[in-house]
Design a protein around this ligand. Structure first.
Ligand SMILES: NC(=O)c1ccc[n+]([C@@H]2O[C@H](COP(=O)([O-])OP(=O)(O)OC[C@H]3O[C@@H](n4cnc5c(N)ncnc54)[C@H](O)[C@@H]3O)[C@@H](O)[C@H]2O)c1
Length: 517
């Protein structure tokens, strides 16, 4: 079956809600629907939009105008089209963008005729008065299976990348009336809206021929929005460059990330950042209740399943293996779990952490969670990554992987020296060892396409911290403040993504400059 897809969504940064703006009591998208209906060969017209609730209104418009609609992925236009084509059993379709409200059904018919004659996989009609693209569903499926990113706003390069296996033809023949001339027929700016409004109000029967003939007789109308052509072109070029390159580098939409101890303070932030960049996270912790709560919140916020809760004790090989077996792939492992002694919890950071009296049991427990857990999880997941062709391991260390703790920070007035709390040696030793283990694994797995890096945060501020502690600590930090809880989000995206592909064995220290003083 042959179809025309109208691709439209309500969100637009330059001209908000442009598809719903009314001229003579009718929305701009309805004018486009009428234009497209002039096609002689389209067997179906389908309005393709997103699943976002703001686009409900577009589906109502489609229904009221007697055409079908389909709702799919918000960032991924190509996937949306594929799912629509599969649902409606479409073999070949022409796309009309929601901005191009004078898109002529006759232009789509040229594509349909070309398809009947030479059956190309993809018809490239870029550079006409409105860009037009048409494609076989089978070719679109190949593109969707091979593409490396979800942001598919600019579709042509995805087909060109498969130029060896799919047959691309330029649109032909092109009647003179469809050639690009000095006029802007795209709705992007408020001047464009005024241009369309003027023509709609002036032309009695809105056919493409009548529109062009009116413009030729009234050339001054072209000036209403022509000044915007340069801005539009620059914007398209900038967007293409920025979106297709840097977004691809930082995009995590193809990655599944396992975070250990992820229901805690930092783990929660890392998980949030990863799903914000399109990734899927396995929220694992010994505290399954907290992990479940975090997943529920993340999935609710994103309106789909972006995270899975799992019980994982980093010291229990069985619980690690269960996760490795359960998930088809783990692209990134973040070794984050630790027994992190907190200043605000009395008895946590206490005299039991003093070097002179620390029990061997205390030493073992701390070292086990902080270091052995990192080894056990890395071992199980790296074995899986080797089989799967590679991956990324990120170990969360600390500024104390580089410098010794300054015990003066923890002094409490009125206590004798042997009663003062101390930051335990286990923290320093496990964090320094993690840095060593990072370098070891980075070289060990370099030829297996696994890169291994450390992220070293410094003290993260929270309301529960005693004022005198915060004051003393900030005086040791060149930037004069502790880290905000969300300040490691950017770093984790960098480390998880392809942006850090050429980095391994590194310790990324983010400490406001504390370790350089
Ligand atoms: N918070 C900071 O100021 C700070 C500074 C530097 C480095 N770090 C490092 O960041 C990481 C996270 O710290 P945080 O502040 O979020 O700690 P946190 O105590 O808030 O969270 C740690 C999480 O690990 C879990 N956990 C403990 N034992 C476990 C085990 N055996 N198996 C699996 N999970 C276990 C806990 O249930 C908890 O949810 C730690 O490695 C810590 O050393 C934190």
């Amino acid at each position: 079956m042959k179809a025309i897809f109208i691709s439209v969504r309500t969100s637009s940064s330059r001209l908000p809600n442009k598809a719903l703006k009314k001229i003579n009591g009718k929305t701009t998208i309805e004018y486009l629907i009428d234009m497209v209906k002039r096609s002689n060969y389209a067997e179906k017209i389908i309005l393709c939009t997103t699943e976002l609730s703001e686009d409900d209104v577009l589906c109502n418009i489609a229904q009221n105008n007697g055409i079908d609609y389909f709702r799919g992925s918000s960032p991924d236009k190509l996937l949306r089209w594929l799912k629509a084509a599969e649902k409606f059993d479409i073999d070949f379709f022409v796309n009309a963008d929601g901005d191009d409200i004078f898109f002529d059904g006759g232009l789509a018919d040229i594509c349909f005729e070309q398809y009947e004659k030479t059956t190309p996989d993809f018809i490239d009609g870029q550079g006409l008065y409105n860009d037009v693209y048409a494609m076989k569903t089978s070719a679109l499926k190949l593109v969707c299976e091979s593409k490396m990113k979800d942001d598919t706003e600019f579709i042509k390069p995805f087909f060109e990348d498969l130029g060896d296996v799919i047959n691309i033809e330029k649109i032909h023949p092109i009647p003179e009336k469809y050639e690009k001339k000095k006029m802007r027929l795209t709705l992007d700016y408020k001047e464009d809206f005024l241009f369309f409004k003027k023509i709609i109000e002036e032309v009695n029967e809105l056919t493409f021929d009548n529109i062009i003939s009116y413009i030729e007789k009234n050339p001054s109308v072209i000036e209403i929005n022509w000044s915007r052509e340069k801005d539009w072109k620059e914007n398209q070029e900038n967007r293409f460059f920025k979106e297709s390159y840097t977004k691809y580098l930082f995009d995590l939409s193809s990655k599944t990330v396992l975070i250990t101890g992820s229901a805690g303070l930092l783990g929660t932030q890392l998980a949030e950042a990863i799903v914000e960049h399109g990734g899927t996270v396995i929220i694992s912790d010994v505290n399954l209740k907290l992990a479940k709560g975090l997943c529920k919140r993340l999935n609710q916020v994103h309106g789909k399943t972006v995270s899975y809760p799992e019980y994982l004790d980093v010291l229990d090989k069985k619980s690690i293996q269960i996760i490795c077996d359960k998930y088809e792939k783990i692209d990134v492992l973040i070794n984050n779990a630790a027994k992190d002694t907190k200043v605000e919890n009395e008895g946590d950071l206490s005299t039991t952490g003093r070097f002179e009296t620390m029990t061997y049991d205390y030493w073992n427990t701390d070292m086990k969670v902080g270091l052995d857990g990192c080894f056990l999880c890395s071992q199980a997941v790296a074995n899986k990554m080797v089989k799967d062709g590679g991956g990324t391991i990120i170990n969360i260390a600390s500024d104390l992987s580089i410098i010794a703790p300054d015990q003066r920070l923890y002094i409490k007035e009125g206590l004798k020296d042997n009663e003062q709390s101390k930051k335990p040696a286990t923290y320093s030793v496990s964090k320094s060892a993690i840095h060593g283990l990072t370098k070891y694994m980075a070289t060990y797995f370099a030829d297996k396409n696994i890169n291994v890096n450390c992220l070293s945060p410094a003290g993260i501020y929270n309301e529960g911290l005693p004022d005198d502690f915060v004051k003393r600590l900030t005086s040791l930090i060149p930037m004069g403040r502790m880290a905000n809880v969300d300040e490691y989000k950017g770093a984790i995206i960098f480390l998880c993504s392809d942006a850090s592909a050429y980095m391994t064995g590194h310790n990324l220290v983010m400490d406001g400059g504390r370790t350089i003083w």
